[in-house]
Design a protein around this ligand. Structure first.
Ligand code: MF3
Ligand code: CO
Length: 295
């Protein structure tokens, strides 16, 4: 027997997703499919990870703010600006929309956004002493809470004239993310997406960070599942419609090993000092494919 924490509904009961339809007209078949997959030893999402129409509507609004914040950063970022100024732009734009920057005070993180330059992989802390230089590549990772719902996405920016190597890394990592997105479809596996990302990164001579991954998102900042970008096709969680997660591979020009800054206990760097890039989108698995909610 499949072990399930979820309550069994009668076919004429209202569906658990809150759509107002009867269970038999809504998620009954969905639950049967998941049960079969679970019996075949696949990892299936708990019901609480499947977003209801109401939750999706709320998350969509949070995502609109997050996109607006990153668009604002994109329009202003330039050489000579400090990462502290990026933090201020993020804080002011987010709060203008009555939203909260999710990183601020998250597990003690002191700022509203992560800014990670060159060999910084992720979780860079904005500072007035850190000035963007011509040739830098930087990831700006924004997360927004609106009305209790969460958005999370990040983009790379190239400051002034960057080297051909840096440009190729930034552009290829974006392509890797979208290659992964092509694999997001109902009843596929997260590993299909992870392998697509990894294969493309490797084909370009890059390495994918193994220890830090993506995550479920929407009702909380970080929900299950944890999402790897070095996973294998046909493995990891089933992408049931309503599952929402980030695609946010961290990809290094050199070796995959990383270390955490001992001074601040946050910023992650490449061990070999090579450049690292990351893009992040927030994705919803739909009945017929995928929808990108934040980018
Ligand atoms: N935005 C990051 C993510 O994708 C999380 C940053 S948490 C922080 O999970 F506290 F460092 F901001
Ligand atoms: Co994230």
């Amino acid at each position: 027997m499949g072990m399930s924490a979820e309550k069994k509904l009668g076919r004429n009961d209202p569906c658990w997703c809150g759509c107002g339809k009867k269970y038999k007209a809504c998620h009954e078949e969905f639950d049967r499919k998941l049960e079969n997959l679970r019996n075949q030893k696949h990892i299936v999402p708990a019901r609480k990870l499947i977003k209801t129409p109401e939750q999706i509507a709320k998350i969509r609004e949070a995502c609109k703010v997050n996109v607006e914040v990153l668009d604002t950063v994109a329009s202003k970022i330039c050489a000579g600006m400090s990462t502290e100024e990026i933090d201020r732009i993020v804080y002011e734009t987010t709060t203008k929309y009555h939203a909260i920057p999710a990183p601020l005070n998250y597990e003690g993180f002191p700022k509203s956004v992560c800014t990670s330059i060159n060999d910084a992989v992720c979780h860079g802390i904005p500072s007035p002493d850190e000035i963007l230089q011509d040739g830098d590549i930087i990831n700006v990772d924004c997360s927004t809470i609106l009305d209790g719902y969460f958005a999370d996405s990040s983009r790379m920016f190239m400051i002034g004239n960057v080297s051909p190597e840096a440009r190729k890394l930034v552009e290829t990592v974006k392509d890797c993310m979208y290659k992964g997105l092509e694999q997001v479809k109902p009843w596929g596996f997260l590993g299909d997406m992870g392998q697509a990302v990894h294969d493309m990164a490797r084909a370009n001579g890059y390495s994918v960070v193994r220890e830090i991954g993506g995550h479920g998102v929407g009702c909380e900042f970080h929900e299950d599942p944890w999402v790897s970008y070095v996973s294998k096709k046909g493995t990891e969680m089933v992408m049931a419609p309503g599952l929402m997660f980030t695609i946010e591979p961290m990809i290094n020009a050199g070796r995959p090993e990383i270390f955490i800054d001992e001074e601040n206990n946050w910023t992650v760097y490449t061990e070999d000092g090579s450049l690292s890039a990351q893009w992040e989108i927030q994705v919803l698995v739909t009945e017929d494919g995928a929808e990108v909610l934040s980018w």
